[in-house]
Design a protein around this ligand. Structure first.
Ligand code: FAD
Ligand code: DHB
Length: 392
């Protein structure tokens, strides 16, 4: 099998890249180890920056999103009985939108297949090679047989646990890593949103986040121990922790419903630099991950592939390679901005049982940020995201 761009991974990064290339007549094949159903049901991110929404709209992917997404002008931040609102729209002129990652994945898969795109599900990439020379290839297993995809370029969009980053010789990249001493327990509830806006809550017992997916589905997160087993959390234990942490502020009454998809998410910051080696490019979680507190992961994946697609278009249409050369540096500016923001939000919002000093410092910081226009503007600008270059 042969194509122009061989893409590993049908997450937001790989799917959107394949769509953007198709719009300019550039061929790609996506290899995805999981089934279509699994990719479409995997519950993960929910918050889209304005730039991500604009890109999806500008490239013809926004039809259902425009109808079903929940557009937000602000967020709430709670700490020690205080309830403060950050008015993102007033401070930045931008908005953020709630639209589940799995809905974006469904929309792009449907569009790629309608456009005759090639996505091989249950095709596990086993080896990438040739990218340091001029004959890149991906060996993969599909329908019980080993096959090879030959391509001009490889896009490693295979997430944090994929094979593409692992294939780069250790002397050709640097990894930056930080792990956090806590995790999040995330869950869906068949319950109408408790509040019209997201609530980020610092509480002595641990952080809690209230968010949503639709007018009938809430999404909730609780800070838990780093090695926590989701099985230790009965529905009763989850609801009483949510009520204690979120309800501490203005006596908020949490709306309840059947819980599902209860799972633990570890917290990690990781950056690979550079994001390109020869004819292989990394994009999205394969190159970098952030702790989820700033809601940046999927937005970074979308931003990376918008830069990468432009580089492929410049090459295939105008024989230019300068955008390949600048790809990693262009992405790195946004990546490190998002790394700082995600680390900052995480460090400010999660209390620790080991240091009263740190807890008081967090409260002072939350008070300073939310009571000052300059502090709130810094948070709002980063939360709503750096602008993306217009697609066309
Ligand atoms: P992925 O979505 O991980 O996709 C990679 C794909 O590659 C997968 O489908 C995988 O099956 C496939 N793959 C892996 N290895 C192989 C192989 N060898 N062969 C073939 N296929 C392979 N981000 C936000 O922006 N906003 C949020 O609100 C937000 N909230 C989050 C909440 C939680 C609980 C979590 C866990 C994450 C959150 N994120 C958020 C992060 C976001 O989900 C990720 O950053 C995003 O999924 C990255 O997309 P991706 O396409 O790079 O990688
Ligand atoms: C969601 C997740 C986040 O990590 C966040 O900061 C905001 C929203 C969500 O799943 O909706």
């Amino acid at each position: 099998m042969r194509t122009q761009v061989g893409i590993i991974g049908a997450g937001p990064a790989g799917l959107l890249l394949s769509h953007l290339l198709h719009l300019e007549g550039i061929e790609s094949v996506i290899l995805e180890s999981r089934s279509r159903d699994y990719c479409e049901q995997r519950i993960r991110a929910g918050l889209l920056e304005q730039g991500s929404v604009d890109l999806l709209n500008a490239t013809g992917l926004g039809e259902r999103m425009r109808r079903e997404s929940l557009v937000h002008d602000g967020i709430e931040i709670c700490f020690r009985g205080q309830h403060r609102r950050i008015d993102i729209h007033e401070l930045t002129g931008r908005q953020v939108s709630i639209y589940g990652q799995q809905e974006i994945v469904k929309d792009i898969i449907a569009r790629r297949l309608a456009d005759g795109g090639k996505i091989l599900f249950e095709a596990q990439a086993r080896e990438v090679g040739g990218f340091e020379g001029d004959k890149p290839f991906i060996r993969f297993e599909h329908n019980g047989s080993e096959q090879t995809l030959d391509c001009d370029y490889i896009a490693g969009c295979d997430g944090f646990h994929g094979i593409s980053r692992e294939a780069i010789p250790a002397n050709l990249f640097k990894g930056y890593d930080r792990q956090y001493p806590f995790a999040w327990l995330g869950m869906l509830a068949a319950a109408p949103p408790t509040s019209p806006e997201l609530i980020y809550c610092h509480h002595p017992e641990g952080f809690a986040l209230f968010t949503m997916r639709s007018p009938t589905v809430s999404r909730l997160y609780l800070q838990v121990a780093v090695d926590e087993d989701a099985k230790n959390w009965s529905d009763d234990r989850i609801w009483s922790a949510l009520q204690r942490r979120l309800g501490d502020h203005d006596g908020l009454k949490i709306s309840m419903g059947k819980l599902s998809q209860i799972a633990v998410t570890p917290m990690r910051s990781f950056v690979t630099e550079p994001m390109r080696v020869g004819r292989m490019f990394l994009a999205g979680d394969s190159a970098h991950i952030v702790p989820p507190t700033g809601a940046k992961g999927m937005n970074l994946a979308i931003a990376d592939v918008s830069v990468l697609a432009r580089a492929f278009i410049a090459y295939y249409k105008k024989n230019r390679t300068d955008l390949f050369d600048s790809y990693s540096d262009t992405c790195m500016k946004r990546v490190w901005r998002a790394q700082h923001f995600s680390w900052w939000m995480t460090s400010m919002m999660h209390p620790t049982s080991s240091s009263d000093f740190d807890n008081e410092r967090q409260i002072a910081e939350l008070d300073a940020v939310t009571s000052s226009r300059a502090g709130s503007t810094f948070l709002a600008e980063n939360y709503s995201g750096l602008p993306l270059a217009p697609w066309r």
